[in-house]
Design a protein around this ligand. Structure first.
Ligand SMILES: NC(=O)c1ccc[n+]([C@@H]2O[C@H](COP(=O)([O-])OP(=O)(O)OC[C@H]3O[C@@H](n4cnc5c(N)ncnc54)[C@H](OP(=O)(O)O)[C@@H]3O)[C@@H](O)[C@H]2O)c1
Length: 243
């Protein structure tokens, strides 16, 4: 396994959930972490906890200029970027006949465009260095869809297509990894407004869920492989989840 110490790792969606938990694990291993999300207070508190090898950059991944700024700030502070994890995402799921089109738009802007803007911001830097690792969080919903998750699932299928294509284009130079988590403890879904989804699933607390640490371990496994080994995809579910 390759050491993570001193690797410069940029994480979007680092203010809560799997991004925040992974940032803590990486800092313990001696990485330099650059944390991005919209909620400045959460990021500030986390950076205060992690110490000198962590900074935060308030970032809205639906804004291309914010991702450009994020990568520039990371380079300004730590000299380069080794790893970018495009992890930010939202899941206000609903049925099509509810017509919650504004929520569809937000999922497309954050879950798809956010990943694209991240890739665009870091790719020239990594190609110039002749190395780098780009990861993204899709979902098991990016492998298989079901009623009520059509748009969310569509965004995660898109992440899969984008990352698979990126790998085909840059595999000689850059590692590309897609993570497909099943149900995981986090704040995801806190913004569900759909009456049909609420009636069916309540606040989603009834289902088995993995600890965020399971994703942190998967992430660390992917980025600590030797130079000639790439973990292309990781799918993990809590025991008992079958779809
Ligand atoms: N939890 C699960 O069961 C599960 C399963 C499969 C896949 N996933 C995926 O895992 C990823 C992480 O989610 P999580 O489960 O850790 O949920 P979470 O606790 O809700 O975290 C989502 C993160 O995304 C950030 N975010 C949302 N909109 C953003 C924007 N416009 N710009 C920048 N950051 C934004 C949030 O920060 P701010 O609100 O501060 O911006 C937060 O840090 C997501 O892509 C999600 O789709 C989760």
């Amino acid at each position: 396994m390759e050491s993570i110490k001193d690797k410069v790792i940029v994480i979007t969606g680092a203010s809560s959930g799997m991004g925040a938990v992974t940032a803590r694990r990486l800092a313990e291993l001696g990485a330099k972490v650059v944390l991005a999300a919209r909620r400045k207070d959460q990021l500030k508190t986390l950076v205060a906890e992690l110490g000198d090898n962590a900074i935060y950059v308030k970032t809205d991944v639906s804004k291309r200029a914010d991702l450009d700024n994020l990568i520039q700030q990371a380079i300004a502070k730590f000299g380069h970027v080794d790893v970018l994890w495009n992890n930010a995402g939202i899941m206000p799921i609903s049925f099509f006949d509810e017509g919650l089109v504004d929520e569809w738009d937000r999922m497309i802007d954050i879950n798809i465009k956010g990943v694209l803007y991240g890739i665009n911001a870091v790719l020239p830097h990594m190609l110039q260095r002749g190395q780098g690792h780009i990861l993204a969080t899709s979902s098991v919903g990016g492998l298989k869809t079901s009623p009520g998750i059509g748009v969310y699932s569509g965004t995660k299928f898109a992440v899969r297509a984008i990352m698979d294509t990126l790998r085909e284009e840059v595999a000689q130079t850059i590692k590309v990894t897609t993570i497909y988590p099943g149900a995981t403890q986090s704040e995801l879904g806190h913004d569900i407004t759909s009456p049909k989804i609420k009636a069916l699933y309540g606040n989603l607390t009834g289902m088995p869920k993995m600890d965020e640490d399971a994703i942190a371990s998967a992430f660390i496994y992917a980025i600590s492989q030797p130079g000639n080994i790439v973990v292309n995809d990781i799918t993990l579910r809590p025991q008992g989840q079958t779809r």
